[in-house]
Design a protein around this ligand. Structure first.
Ligand SMILES: Cc1cc2nc3c(=O)[nH]c(=O)nc-3n(C[C@H](O)[C@H](O)[C@H](O)COP(=O)(O)O)c2cc1C
Length: 209
């Protein structure tokens, strides 16, 4: 691990309040997402989908849906992290590139896609939902670290009404709203000392319980 990466991990904090009237552009968001895309996902299905909100009126509506958490108002943007419960249905097209490159034969790609689809269908709706949340959460963590590396602060948020967020953003049924991430430049004066962290021995069991 390079020193820079260690610093990014340690300097990422959940912003309490953002400096107002700082805009984040689509190209700045794209730079972050160009790193987010390298996050791992089960079967490389890339279950995560993001809705970026910088529009003032929409942001105001999200503020209401997020229990009026003030940081939503002051953030440069609010990012809705969604997880798809139907990502496995795209297994075939996600492997098309490897077929074109000659890495996989069409027959191998077809078999892999069928296996993946069966894996999800056999396990059912709860598994699909777990997978949506699991994979989107890993992607969201990558978003927050990539944002920090690009000079932005974030706060992950579960304090919102998912039905209201779904209605405001027109989110199709196949997506689970996993979390909101507010992004902006944190107002350092409002940052509290970091919360207690358990020592490693308290949250790691080597070998078995
Ligand atoms: C899944 C998740 C949901 C969270 N929801 C909220 C939230 O709704 N509002 C908020 O202010 N902070 C929220 N937080 C931020 C946590 O309070 C914060 O990560 C924790 O206190 C540790 O602080 P740190 O991130 O600065 O290290 C959430 C964090 C996570 C991981």
């Amino acid at each position: 691990m390079t020193q820079d990466f260690e610093a990014i991990i340690k300097e990422r904090r959940s912003a309490n309040k953002f400096i107002e009237n700082i805009a984040i552009s689509e190209s700045e968001l794209e730079e972050i997402f160009s790193l987010v895309k390298f996050a791992p996902s089960a079967f490389n299905l890339q279950h995560a989908h993001y809705v970026t909100v910088t529009d003032g009126d929409l942001k105001e509506q999200l503020y209401e849906a997020a229990n009026k958490q003030y940081k939503v108002k002051t953030a440069s943007g609010v990012i809705a992290v969604l997880g798809s419960t139907e990502a496995h249905l795209k297994a075939r097209e996600l492997n098309e590139g490897l077929v074109h490159l000659g890495v996989l034969s069409q027959q191998e790609a077809d078999m892999m896609a069928e296996d993946t689809i069966r894996f999800y269908e056999e396990r059912g709706e709860t598994f699909k939902r777990d997978e949506a949340i699991r994979n989107a959460s890993l992607s969201a963590m990558q978003f927050m670290l990539a944002a920090k590396a690009k000079g932005w602060d974030t706060c992950p948020m579960i304090g919102f009404d998912p039905d209201k967020v779904r209605a405001i953003l027109n989110i199709p049924d196949k997506y689970i709203p996993v979390m909101l991430i507010t992004i902006g430049k944190q107002d350092a004066s409002s940052l509290r000392p970091r919360g207690y962290r358990k020592p490693v021995r308290e949250f790691v069991t080597h070998q078995r319980f």
